[in-house]
Design a protein around this ligand. Sequence first.
Ligand code: ZN
Length: 307
Amino acid sequence: MFVPLDKKEELSKKLKNLRCQGRRLSFSWDFSNCPYCGNCKEEYHTLNNSEIHFRNIDSSKSKAVKDISKSWLEFLLNNCKRNKKLFYFKIDYIELNKMNMEHFGFEQAVESVYNRFFRSNILGGSKYFFNRNYNKIVINNIYHDRSDSKENHEYFPWHTGYKINADHHKKVSVSNKDIFFLDSDHKYYFDKKPDFRYESQFIQLIDLILGTVRQNIYYSSKDSFKNEISMIIRPLLKSLLENEKNSYSHRYRRYSSISFFPKTSEMDKEKLFIENYLEDTRGRYYDSKKIQMPEFAVKQTRLDYFN
Ligand SMILES: [Zn+2]
């Protein structure tokens, strides 16, 4: 996910305020400052402060978590209606089953492949979304969800930024090459310095996007609520993956991109590390995919009741 620095504050506040499921005007982190103190209850307020994590959002979850997830996804779709987009995202799926990994320790190989695609995602996304309108693209900071295997990796925590700078790309450079690894629960930062509560919310948004996209494509869970929220972003996926034309198709493409690697049915892992192999995207990735999750009607009912 790419967030222009001059949009960061607006995006942070938007996500925060969507946590208030009352009149959806404003949310405060602590209950004592809740603008709806009269109508709000501490237990509800606390639930609105929950971490949003797709894996745990199933039918049994609190109404607050469900409603926030829905609101965030609806907000994501509406991002295309704005002239000035608040964020951009690019997802690359790597199909390891097509890659020849046998000569490498599997776990290590996965890590180095991840590192390789992480860089190509940042470079590719920067160019794809911003090339048209900017002569220089400076990546200020890079954030990543907490992960022991990546934080302790020999070169992952600094290599992407270092390598992008060392390659002297015409347009893209990185100011701070050291990745920030963030806790995905924003509440962790309430008494910490530096305070990354807003960035931590972005990690939650990414998780929600990844979860619902995966659910649509691979139909990995049968949970009815997971199906329900995944339907919210289906219009975007229909146009990105199945090339369905609707009035927003071209706008979706301006802030989102999903691709799959490799295009060929088999692939030698060594090729990945050939200079600029992935950056030359012609014929390497493909982007049409059948959505496996069936259509689910969003449950809705209206009744007149007489007794
Ligand atoms: Zn409240």
